[in-house]
Write a new protein. Structure first.
Lengths: 655, 268
């Protein structure tokens, strides 16, 4: 574990003997003056904004910059403790920060909000001591004012956080397409990214002239600090940047555009606990940030994400549907912020590159995302041992699992994560169902793209020229190609036909493997769930009551026919004393009984889905033996096209 | 913006041996379909991680999570169940579903953990995930729908856990899932990294291994089923369940499971 840190900021005085300093490694941070090691600069701030932002907002900007600097410069460590059974992850940070409004920042409600949001985002422990700031600190140093005549950007619905990726671009395009004026706020940390971001904005502006303004904000740290790549407090910083711009503009708040898969970031593997999967725009994070920003601004200040229920593929399709797919090529999704290549924007090996390529392929927009923009091909390129290989394996495994598991299974497996995600939704079950449906869409997209890519690369797979460490080779394993463990027999066993390269020319192998590509993936996917726990389909026997009700529903009986069918098979209502004793009688009596019968039928229909067909068939044999053939025939015929809508089985009961 | 941190297992002799067991660079054969290997691997992993597992019984988050499971089961027996749940900060409406119930439970655990001195830990997160999985799977199978129904349906489902037998099943499911998740916190680093090795030939083998491990842990947790039911029943009757006796119970339960998994690993 790394030792606890004390960050003494803006020249605050903290003695070595101070209680707060004990047992902590001291680090001095400052954003102004000769010893400054944190750079804060807000570019392109128009005079239409107030020249002097509210002191509390400047405090927020400084606090967020110091926190982000501490986060990015403190290594999380790699050593294990507790006899090598506990992984290093969380850190312990204390801050002493001079502020303009110490009473506000020191209030229990605010310190509690600060520590809650930061702990949730980063899993680190935070404590803050706020002291009064010296009056000679010149905060306007941060703001670079420019003149803008006829400023039309007042009071937008939200200011939009603009990275250089696909999601925020789609959000900007979608908003601008409505004719609205859009204020885009960006964090800049290195000049390479700055020029790419600027280029993207220029291209965007060509499509929406006079509708956009871009406010880049530089926050970076002295190069002498270390570099921790996880950067879990990014959205805390982004919220501060957004608030500094939004508040003087009178905007309703700050908007992040992030697809729901990344926003929730369900663990792709069981090693990924807590914030090891980033929670940058997680609904809980945004809820805390909204509460904090509202407290700071003293008004309702929204921090939201309209793309919570969209997959990355959905987001890419937004660009296509708004006539902006050509902008895809100007975006960069790569996680490697310090990526140096001048000619290529993507490494092709990180999780973001994988996700981007899968989404663009699933949306059929590959022509706008050149392969040459990737140093390593996402699907067929080499991967180093460790993170690169594991990320590819976990991504594909997770996607296939999402696709093959039922909605209930996903609600069970990811119960804690889904529970958190919908905690602040008004209708939680509905929201959870939408989130699960989105994850299943994502899983299907991943699986479909895998199939497509396997078909595309069938020739390489056949002759064994596919890179052995590539994503496709890892997924398919050594079931294919002329590797030492793969033979024609393996392929034959899987596909039922002679194939593989063993003993054949590459051309023959190519043909046979091309035809077998789908079957090979099916073979691999067929192993999923074969040893799993009991599925949600019930195995227990059906009682007579349910069997009769299910049969009536399957046949398609309604109203009096349904009631008669039940009555004729001695199924009576289970209602309190004084209620009608038979279904036909109840139906005839009118309200409220028909409604009660319908409700009961709706519940039975839902229950019916929990039983496998063979269980139902067995129950029919047991409870309705004389009628099994007729019912079974009817049921089967009703599932076929053109089945009669007027069943002749079972005439309505005569009263 | 999404980022996932993936790590490695410690570079020690014990772990090197385990990696060898999983990847099979000497012996061949599929790791996932051979019960022998899953049992042995589970036992060896527990041996390598026993210090961490021992701490589970005293981890405030783990302890509170299991305590809360006992309390919601008892609340379902109370005359006013919504009021009894309210004591723990769990609020239900008339049309709450099983899923809504678990959302409230997760919220109560999060609030408790956030305020505890140690905060959230990997163990507390595993406990929370396992509790959600146990309640949702068992209660979900007792109601028409996971996402629909009424608070009364949820109550009836939860009430079935308040008997000696019912709580035994719930306890078995919780401990089975906890141990499987705990082991795979380590092992998933190895299986993903070993893909392409003789024993993990393709992605399907990794999926099979995960499933086999889960089934193995669920079955091994059978050892605590009766113990859970008896403890619940006796403690409620004699002294009432509190955090202190929950902690003592957890220590014994984890010891039993560890010993059972160890026994199965060597027996096979």
């Amino acid at each position: 574990m790394i030792s606890p840190r004390l960050f003494v900021c803006s020249g605050a005085k903290v003695g070595q003997e101070s209680t707060i300093a004990k047992g902590r490694q001291r680090v001095n941070l400052d954003s102004i003056g000769s010893k400054s090691n944190v750079n804060i600069r807000v570019e392109n701030v128009t005079r239409a904004l107030h020249q002097h932002p509210h002191p509390r907002l400047v405090d927020f900007l400084e606090i967020a910059s110091y926190v982000f600097t501490a986060d990015c410069s403190t290594d999380r460590g790699e050593e294990w403790t507790d006899d090598d059974s506990r992984e290093a992850w969380g850190r312990d940070f204390a801050f002493v920060i001079p502020v303009r409004e110490p009473a506000f920042w020191s209030s229990p409600a605010i310190t509690s909000l600060l520590t809650e949001v930061l702990s949730f985002l980063s899993n680190d422990k935070y404590s803050f001591t706020f002291v009064p700031l010296k009056q000679d600190r010149a905060e306007q140093h941060y703001f670079e004012f420019t003149e803008h005549k006829g400023w039309p950007f007042h009071a937008p619905e939200r200011v939009v956080m603009f990275s250089r990726g696909l999601d925020s671009l789609a959000g900007a395009v979608e908003t601008a397409s409505t004719g609205a004026h859009v204020v885009l706020v960006s964090h800049r940390s290195v000049s390479t990214l700055s020029s790419r971001q600027k280029k993207l904005f220029d291209e965007l502006e060509k499509q929406f002239p006079d509708q956009l303004v871009h406010v880049p904000i530089w926050i970076n740290k002295d190069e002498k600090f270390g570099r921790e790549p996880t950067q879990r407090t990014r959205s805390f910083l982004f919220a501060a940047l957004g608030a500094v711009v939004a508040e003087p503009l009178g905007a309703g708040g700050v908007r992040f555009y992030e697809n729901g898969i990344v926003s929730l970031n369900l663990p792709v593997s069981e090693e990924v606990l807590r914030a090891r999967a980033s929670r940058t725009t997680h609904p809980v994070s945004l809820h805390f940030l909204e509460s904090l920003c509202s407290a700071i601004t003293g008004r309702d200040f929204a921090v939201d994400n309209p793309y919570l229920f969209k997959t990355k593929t959905d987001v890419v399709e937004v660009l296509a549907s708004h006539k902006a797919p050509h902008l895809i090529g100007h975006t960069c999704s790569c996680a490697h912020l310090m990526f140096k290549s001048n000619t290529q924007k993507h490494c092709g090996t990180c999780s973001q590159c994988i996700d981007r390529r899968f989404a663009i392929t699933a949306a059929g927009l590959q022509e706008y995302d050149s392969e040459t923009d990737y140093v390593s091909d996402v699907f067929a390129g080499p991967r180093k041992d460790g993170y690169e290989k594991k990320m590819a394996v976990d991504y594909a495994l997770h996607g296939i699992e999402l696709q093959r598991r039922s909605e209930s299974e996903l609600a069970i497996l990811f119960n804690a994560e889904l529970g958190r995600a919908v905690r602040y939704e008004a209708k939680r079950s509905d929201a959870a169902e939408r989130l699960i449906s989105m994850h299943k869409r994502h899983g299907k997209a991943v699986t479909d793209v895998l199939k497509e890519k396997i078909a595309e690369r069938s020739a390489d797979l056949a002759v064994g020229t596919i890179e052995a460490t590539s994503l496709l080779a890892l997924v398919l394993g050594k079931n294919l190609g002329p590797g030492p463990l793969a033979t024609g027999t393996t392929v034959e066993a899987i596909t039922g036909s002679v194939g593989g390269s063993s003993g054949g020319t590459p051309t023959q192998a190519d043909r046979s493997i091309a035809a077998a590509g789908d079957k090979i993936l099916e073979y691999v996917m067929g192993k999923f769930g074969t040893q799993g726990p009991a599925r949600s389909i019930k195995r227990r026997k059906l009682v007579k009551r349910d069997t009769v009700m299910f049969a009536a529903i399957k046949i398609g009986f309604k109203g009096p026919q349904y009631c008669s069918f039940l009555h004729d098979r001695r199924i009576r209502p289970k209602w309190p004393d004084g209620a009608p004793v038979s279904y036909p009688q109840a139906y005839k009596m009118g309200p409220p009984w028909p409604k009660k019968i319908q409700d009961e039928k709706t519940r039975a229909r839902a229950r019916m889905k929990l039983y496998a067909d063979n269980v139902f068939a067995e129950a029919l044999v047991l409870h309705l033996p004389a009628e099994f053939d007729k019912i079974n025939k009817l049921i089967n015929s009703r599932t076929s096209q053109g089945a009669s809508k007027n069943p002749t089985f079972g005439e309505p009961h005569k009263h | 913006m999404g980022h996932t941190r993936l790590g490695e297992v410690p570079k020690t002799h014990k772990w090197n041996e385990l990696v060898e067991q999983i990847s099979g660079s000497i012996l061949t054969g599929n790791v996932a379909t051979a019960d022998v290997r899953v049992g042995t691997i589970a036992a060896q992993t527990l041996d390598a991680t026993q210090t961490s597992l021992k701490k589970a019984a005293t981890d405030p988050g783990v302890r509170y999570t299991f305590y809360l499971i006992t309390q919601v089961a008892l609340a379902a027996r109370a005359t006013d169940w919504e009021r009894a749940l309210g004591v723990h900060g769990i609020r239900l409406s008339g049309d709450s579903s099983v899923f809504d119930f678990t959302v409230e439970m997760q919220g109560a655990i999060d609030r408790y953990v956030r305020k505890s001195r140690s905060g959230a830990t990997d163990l507390s997160e595993i406990a929370q995930q396992s509790a959600g999985e146990a309640i949702a799977s068992l209660a979900g199978s007792r109601t028409v729908s996971m996402f629909g129904g009424s608070s009364d349906d949820v109550r009836n489902a939860i009430r079935s856990f308040s008997t000696k037998k019912g709580f035994g099943y719930l306890g078995q499911r919780f401990f089975g899932r906890f141990v499987a998740r705990f082991l795979n916190f380590y092992l998933s680093r190895v299986t993903a990294a070993s893909l392409g090795s003789p024993r993990l030939r393709d992605l399907g083998d990794v999926a099979q291994f995960n499933d086999a491990l889960r089934v193995h842990c669920d079955q091994s947790a059978r050892i605590v089923r009766d113990f859970c039911g008896e403890w619940f029943s006796k403690t409620v009757y004699r002294e009432g369940i509190d955090l202190k006796n929950t902690s003592r119970f957890l220590a014994v339960a984890f010891r039993k499971i560890r010993s059972e998994l160890g026994r199965q690993g060597t027996e096979i």
